[in-house]
Structure formats: structure tokens, C-alpha cells
Design a protein around this ligand. Structure first.
Ligand code: HH2
Length: 282
């Protein structure tokens, strides 16, 4: 029994893109994206992560103007949805507009390396920041990714270094979340080893975010299409919870929420009725 297992936080994905790897084009219309976000919040997402640029391998870059056009109306439309809002962007101007419109979390897959203005913005606004590991850049990251020796050691050292950079930039430590970046410049074995040894990333002492949802390594293992990878996603989420992960970025919120609530209660060997409907965040 582990009384210390924290409440899992479900982050629902709202992709306002034509080309995301698993749901591209489904929510490109702002009204459809807003309705989808409301649905995910009703299903139990405590955070909605809104993104206007796909990071799938080979995705074309999106201009600042186009990204703003896609995401700002959706952030505005979800401001009263009952979930915290996260903006999935590496552009400071997009993050600033989203924070103005009601977001309180910046999810930067470049870990403050993409835009020199991002760190100062996050520091000034006092919002949460998710720093994610990525080897290379989205266009080419899946072309034969290699690590010198130990993928977990390298990802951990990178995250420690980006955390130090965030603190030097004036961002409060308690605002920083860390993410090993499953699928971002990683082979199937890199992803699996990172998940198997996730406790080593958790040991950095900040809340850990995991994003395995529908990703291709699950398809490689199971032979399933993206939409059929929910059980595989849930298996990784539950095991990541057992290793100390805190935030779970998923497309299929209802299923992940139920699995995580039951898994957390089971790990604790105790059910606390308050956790079932709570919207506590990290
Ligand atoms: N994965 C994706 C996008 N953003 N952010 C974090 N922190 N962690 C992740 O694992 C992560 C992320 C990729 O998933 P998705 O948004 O569905 O696809 P796309 O980038 O094609 O829009």
C-alpha cells in the first residue's frame, strides 16, 4: 500500500490543426474545437491542452499569425469550461495571447529553446510551464534517433539543465513540470525504457507529465490504428502513475480518467471519495 500516490491529473488534448497525427482536421473549426473541449472537461479533464501546430514527424511549420488565428478563439471559448487551460506552443507571442485569453499553463515542447522571449514571458506571468525533452526538431526527429549511452540518463540530464535554465530566468521552481517527450526523437525501445524507468525522471522532484496517447510505438506493439490505441495508452498511463507520474496528456479522457482513478485507489489500497470528483491540479 502506498499512501503517497498523488491524485492523477488528466490533460485532455484539443488539437486545432489540420494535420495532427491522430485527429488532424477534426477540430480545426473553432466551434468544433470548443465543443470538443467542453466534452473533455465534462468527461473529467482537469486541464485542456490547446495546440495549433502539429509536432508529428514531418509536419510543416505554422506561422505565428496562423497559430494565433487557430488557438485564441478556442482558448477564449473554453475559459469557462471548468478546466485549467494549457497552451501547447513554442512561440512566446502565441503563449502571451493565450494567457491573456485565460490559459494558465504553457506547454512548450522545445523546453524554452524555441523562442528566446518565452522564458521571460513565463517568469513575468507566473504561469505553469511544462518543459519537454525532444531530440532534434519535429521535422527530422524520428530519423534514426540515437543516444550516446543511456537514454534515461540523457533525458534526465537535459530536463535538469532546462529546469536550471528556467530558474535562472526567474521562473519559480514550483511552476515547472517536466516531460520525457515520449515519441520525440525516440525509437520504440527508447520510449519503453523511459516509461519503465520513469521514477528516475520523477526523482528530479517536479511533477512529471507523460504523453503516450495513441502514439505510434503503441501501434507497433499492438498492430492497431491510432484510434484503436486507447487500451495501449491506458496501460502506459497506469504504469507511469505507479512510477510517480502526475499529469497524463490524452485524447481519450473518459477512459483514461476511469483507469487512473481506479489505479490510484488500488496503489493506495484505499478509496478516498473526495478524489473522484476533485479538480485539484499539481
Ligand atoms: N505530444 C504531442 C504534442 N504535445 N506535449 C507534451 N508536453 N508531451 C507530449 O508527449 C506531447 C505534447 C503529440 O501529440 P498530438 O498533440 O496529438 O499530435 P500533434 O503534435 O500531431 O498535434
Amino acid at each position: 500500500m502506498r499512501a503517497d500516490v498523488p491524485e492523477p491529473i488528466v490533460m485532455g488534448v484539443v488539437n486545432v490543426t489540420p494535420d495532427s497525427f491522430s485527429d488532424g482536421g477534426r477540430w480545426l473549426d473553432p466551434d468544433a474545437a470548443i465543443a470538443h473541449g467542453h466534452e473533455l472537461a465534462a468527461q473529467g479533464a482537469q486541464i485542456l491542452d490547446i495546440g495549433g501546430e502539429s509536432t508529428r514527424p514531418g509536419a510543416p511549420p505554422v506561422s505565428e499569425r496562423e497559430e494565433l488565428r487557430r488557438v485564441v478563439p478556442v482558448v477564449e471559448g473554453l475559459a469557462g469550461a471548468g478546466a485549467r487551460l494549457s497552451i501547447d506552443t513554442s512561440k512566446a507571442a502565441v503563449a502571451a495571447a493565450a494567457l491573456d485569453a485565460g490559459a494558465t499553463i504553457v506547454n512548450d515542447v522545445t523546453a524554452l529553446r524555441g523562442d528566446p522571449a518565452m522564458a521571460a514571458l513565463v517568469a513575468a506571468r507566473g504561469c505553469e510551464i511544462c518543459l519537454m525533452h525532444m531530440l532534434g526538431e519535429p521535422r527530422t526527429m524520428q530519423r534514426d534517433p540515437r543516444y550516446d549511452d543511456d537514454v534515461v540518463g540523457e533525458v534526465k540530464a537535459f530536463l535538469a539543465q532546462r529546469l536550471a535554465f528556467a530558474l535562472e530566468s526567474g521562473i519559480a521552481e514550483q511552476r515547472v513540470w517536466l516531460d520525457p517527450g515520449i515519441g520525440f526523437g525516440k525509437t520504440i525501445d527508447h520510449n519503453l525504457e523511459l516509461l519503465a524507468r520513469l521514477d528516475e525522471i520523477v526523482a528530479l522532484g517536479r511533477p512529471v507529465v507523460v504523453g503516450t496517447s495513441r502514439k505510434s510505438f503503441l501501434g507497433t506493439i499492438t498492430g492497431r490504428t491510432a484510434a484503436q490505441r486507447v487500451p495501449g495508452t491506458i496501460a502506459t498511463n497506469v504504469l507511469a502513475l505507479a512510477r510517480g507520474a502526475r499529469v497524463f496528456r490524452v485524447h481519450d479522457v473518459a477512459q483514461a480518467r476511469d483507469a487512473l482513478l481506479v489505479a490510484a485507489a488500488t496503489l493506495r489500497g484505499k478509496w478516498d471519495p473526495a478524489t473522484t470528483t476533485s479538480t485539484t491540479t499539481a
